[in-house]
Design a protein around this ligand. Structure first.
Ligand code: IPT
Length: 972
């Protein structure tokens, strides 16, 4: 039997690898043979099944689950997809056999030849020409194997990579994401001189001190005499540290099969690296033979920076920073965990444009290029090891059989990523309880890299001040704001508090994000957190045959919506029996990276420039960054007036250091009409930035200069109001009369938080209207109606008064005490077709809700009705606009209707009734109505984040009792 199989490595957690080269930070991409492309492929039912003569092809890198095999993606959150206990895996265990020939270049004769497999899930077995070469586990780190003795330069070799899907390792890769199988990152073959750099470790401090440690080996065993290293930093020479060599030479414990060399330098006037100022230097390390010729070279982009914890503050270069983070998976809607450089760059550019400065690589080391991009564009990275044992967390954390795996995964991540300035914290993994295996891994890191803190959420067994050894940061998930503030004020806090996950972005969500940040920025000890998460992991699926579209789906989506005949698949859509539904769609971007409205909310919360107040000396501007001045920004003023005008004026940003404020004069005269006035500072990039061309909007802080004066009530009467026998308004522009609505299509938060269940049990989705009385008096009509739910009756009054050009509607609804928390209290009506443009004065232009409205400035906005709607993967309440004062809905010929509200209200205009949205499971099932469905809400419940985490705060709930609202409807 093949010895690789004899070990049965897929059910042996002690076996983390065999024949694998130690992980290192030497980049071997230059000059390598890229073995990406179509490989011969067959999918066996078990790892023990015999390979046949029947081959298809599979594209590497890629998951076979997305390439037309019968093994389709499956989504589970915390539970394992099979019942076997660790370390066992099911007998039915899809096993992919990848094979191809490779021509080994003749000029590699005499060189050391290495195969690198970027990532394979979950167990990789390597053979060359039938000979066993090696084994590797960890689906998200590369594995390298020395092929020098098994291939012949100048001839062809057959590489066979066998990938077993389920294994003991699956139990510690139980992350909340799709299960796939395959080789998901590139495969390379490269050659080095027999004398080679085995690793390079860089330490570059904010004061300019640089230390470069090199490990040197020779493939033949003993190192040749006289080798030495040199280096240069942007052309400035470094030299080998002779004192280090002398001490090594005199130390009897140091033998010489492994060469060690150190270089040092102090860089004067160093440009330090921060996420705001990601200054990088080019470091080249050369390994020389005794005759001076170069045997090996390693190139690095390095940054000078310090990370430390002082008291309960996390400091970068001595400054307390804010962590405006997001959790990011490697994800693509066509290729799963295979992501291209361009895609990753697009991810990070987008995050940068929306004010994010930090990434947690949830829940495994991301693609190596991600870290290069984070260094270059400026992100603080929490680098997370590929360990999540969720379903059997408690048992595995202390299981000695898994000890190797924990240390292996954490140490290999650190060895790979240690030279990236962006990585400021190591994470031991996610949701794996806490045990000795964690402490072992933490111990390794503390010895190997004392320059960075470690975090691990699960370590806080007795609270956030737990003196555990595995976490230097208190990094809870989904903690309520009040708990964080209470901890910071308790006097018990011992560690910086930075939530590893908060503000769950499932569907229409992220309510109270601004409240979180108001607390964070006003409470010493709180420093931010990582929103869960970046992606909605919808896989593009053909509706006809239910198969993933795969690579042929390129371009079959736009603005967050899949093309006709396709949809974004979530859990269960591939016929999985065990799955966790739409919980995989919980990102701040759609599967095609279209930003959800919460991105704008975040951008404003993260604004580098703030308007803090309007005083007699003018508007107070603040630099709200940690390291940068305002000289990289341009701005202009905008004044929105309730009379319909928007005025603009150039703005000169004051020269402010971080934290400083200055007053600048208001460049406008306010009109004398007593109307509302809002000033906005539109801030853009002054020059091209690596993440956005000159003129990219960075933020738009806004202040109210004057509130609205009380409305004048000079009503000119109009023609009498007409109601039908049921007391329902008859109006030529309306196809459904205004009625009371207490229901919204439940958001994911409403559903998973149990709130919608309550609403349904009260009958709010199917209130029965009964007219009680209709009184007419001089063209004025008062209609009393009752809306009956299962536990109570809501009394609703509408008084219709004719006014010039239309009708004024005064409404009240009395909610019984039992209806203590409803979705909305307001009016719903439907319009004739053709009114396709909404123009309004209020918050916008993007979607906003009561607890997610600080990124939507008040102004005059105009959006087509189709673009108002946000296509959340599982249809739900969507498209709302907060703080609307008045709006028009018009046809291209300018006919239509105008509505004026008594005070700023929540309004939504869509093509769907709440019941249409409630009934659909996917966006492609929705059939737009020809007219518009218009909601005007006296009160609308906050969104919260109850799908995973706290519900909205009490102040965003709708109390029972009497609600009143008035509005006027006119024809245009
Ligand atoms: C927690 C996980 O860490 C993350 O992977 C994801 O599942 C997220 O929250 C929810 O989407 S799991 C949860 C049970 C706290």
């Amino acid at each position: 039997m093949n010895p690789l199989w004899a070990l049965r490595p897929w059910e042996a957690p002690e076996v983390t690898s065999w024949g694998r080269i130690p992980m290192n930070a030497v980049d071997r991409r230059t000059g390598a043979l890229k073995l990406d492309g179509d490989w011969r492929f067959q999918l066996l039912p078990t790892p023990d099944a015999a390979v046949t003569d029947v081959w298809s092809t599979s594209y590497v890198p890629g998951a076979w689950t997305l390439q037309d095999t019968d093994d389709l993606p499956q989504y589970t959150n915390t539970r394992m997809p099979f019942p076997e206990f660790p370390p066992s895996s099911p007998t039915a265990n899809p096993t992919g056999v990848y094979e191809r020939e490779v021509d080994v270049p003749a000029e590699w004769a005499g060189r050391r030849i290495v195969l690198q497999v970027g990532a394979a899930e979950s167990v990789l077995l390597v053979q060359v020409d039938g000979r066993p070469v090696g084994i590797s586990k960890d689906s998200h780190l590369a594995a390298e194997f020395d092929l020098t003795d098994v291939v012949r330069p100048g001839s062809s070799a057959t590489l066979r990579l066998t990938v077993v899907k389920w294994s003991d390792a699956s139990h510690i890769e139980d992350q909340d994401q799709w299960w796939h199988g395959g080789i998901t990152r590139s495969v390379l073959l490269y050659a080095t001189d027999p004398l080679y750099l085995a690793d390079v470790t860089v330490r570059a401090r904010a004061g300019g001190a640089l230390r470069v440690d090199c490990q040197v080996r020779d493939a033949h065993g003993a190192l040749p005499d006289g080798w030495y290293v040199t280096g240069d930093l942007d052309g400035e020479c470094l030299a080998q540290d002779a004192e280090f060599d002398r001490v090594n030479a005199e130390d009897e414990r140091v033998s010489d099969f492994l060469g060690e060399a150190r270089m040092r330098a102090v860089v004067p006037d160093v440009r330090t690296w921060t996420a705001e100022t990601p200054g990088l230097y080019g470091l080249t390390v050369r390994l020389h033979r005794a005759d001076g010729t170069v045997a090996d070279t390693s190139r690095h982009r390095i940054g000078f920076r310090d990370v430390e914890i002082v008291g309960r503050d996390l400091l970068v270069n001595g400054e307390r920073i804010y962590v405006r983070g997001v959790n990011r998976h490697d994800f693509h809607p066509l290729t799963g965990r295979t992501v291209s450089y361009d895609d990753m760059r697009a991810d990070l550019v987008l995050l940068k444009r929306f004010g994010f400065n930090a990434i947690r690589t949830a829940h495994y080391p991301n693609d190596p290029a991600l870290y290069d991009l984070a260094d270059e564009l400026g992100f603080y990275v929490v680098d997370e090891a590929d360990i999540e044992s969720h379903d059997h967390a408690h048992e595995i954390a202390d299981d000695p059989r898994y000890l190797n795996a924990f240390v292996d995964r954490v140490s290999r991540m650190v060895l790979r990523d240690k030279n990236h300035p962006s990585v400021i914290i190591w994470s031991l993994g996610n949701e794996s309880d806490y045990g000795a295996n964690h402490d072992a891994a933490a111990g390794w890191v503390r010895r190997h890299d004392p320059t960075r803190p470690i975090q691990y959420e699960g370590a806080a067994k007795t609270g956030w001040a737990d003196p555990d050894v595995a976490s230097d940061i208190a990094c809870p998930m989904y903690a309520p704001i009040e708990d964080c503030v209470a901890h910071a004020l308790s006097g018990e806090q011992t560690k910086p508090l930075i939530q590893c996950e908060y503000s769950h972005a499932m569907g229409n969500s992220n309510g109270t994000l601004a409240d979180h940040w108001a607390a964070i920025e006003s409470t010493p000890g709180l420093q931010g957190g990582f929103i869960w998460e970046f992606w909605d992991h919808g896989i593009l699926q053909r509706v006809t045959d239910g198969r993933p579209a795969g690579r042929s789906g390129a371009g079959l989506y736009d603005k967050g919506v899949a093309a006709p005949g396709h949809r974004w698949a979530y859990g269960g859509d591939f016929g999985e029996k065990i799955h966790d539904g739409a919980f995989v769609a919980d990102g701040i971007v759609f599967p095609d990276r279209t930003p959800k409205p919460v991105m704008y909310e975040h951008r404003e919360i993260a604004a580098p420039v703030r308007l803090t107040c309007f005083r007699h000396e003018g508007l107070v501007v603040e630099n709200h960054q940690c390291f940068r001045g305002l000289d990289w920004l341009s701005a202009r003023w905008e004044l929105a007036l309730s009379d319909g005008r928007t005025l603009t004026a150039p703005a000169a940003l004051p020269d402010l250091i971080p934290g400083e404020t200055a007053a600048v004069p208001l460049p406008f005269e306010l009109p004398d009409d007593g109307g509302e006035a809002w000033v906005t500072l539109r801030v853009t990039t002054k020059d091209d930035e690596p993440w956005g061309p000159r003129g990219t909007e960075v933020c738009a802080p806004q202040l109210r200069l004057r509130a609205a004066a009380a409305p004048r009530n000079a009503v000119v009467p109009g023609p009498p109001v007409v109601v039908d026998t049921e007391g329902l308004l008859v109006h030529p522009l309306l196809t459904a009369a205004p009625t009371l609505s207490l229901w919204r299509a439940p958001t994911d938060n409403d559903e998973l938080g149990g709130i919608a269940l309550r609403w349904r049990s009260w009958g709010l989705d199917a209130l029965v209207r009964k007219v009680v009385s209709v009184r007419q008096d001089h063209g004025r009509v008062a209609v009393h109606a009752e809306y009956a739910g299962t536990i109570g009756v809501v009394r609703h009054v509408q008084v219709f008064t004719p006014v010039e050009g239309g009708v004024r509607v005064e409404e009240s609804a009395e909610l019984p005490e039992d209806f203590e928390d409803v979705a909305r209290v307001g009016t719903v009506f439907e319009t004739v077709p053709g009114l396709d443009l909404l123009e309004w004065f209020g918050q916008g232009p993007w979607e906003s809700y009561p607890d997610r409205s600080s990124g939507a400035p008040v102004g005059h906005h105009s959006v087509s009705v189709d673009d108002l709607f946000t296509p959340y993967l599982r249809p739900q309440e969507s498209g709302g606009r907060h703080g609307v004062r008045h709006f028009t809905l018009s046809a291209p010929d300018a006919t239509g209707l105008a509505v004026r509200l008594d005070e700023p209200r929540q309004v939504s205009v869509t093509r769907y009734r709440a019941e249409d949205l409630t009934a659909a499971a996917h966006h492609d099932e929705l059939v737009p109505r020809p007219g518009c469905v218009v909601h005007i809400d006296a009160a609308h419940r906050g969104l919260g984040t109850a799908s995973c985490g706290p519900d909205t705060s009490a102040s965003y709930l709708i109390p029972p009792g009497v609600h009143r609202w008035n509005w006027t409807l006119r024809a245009l």
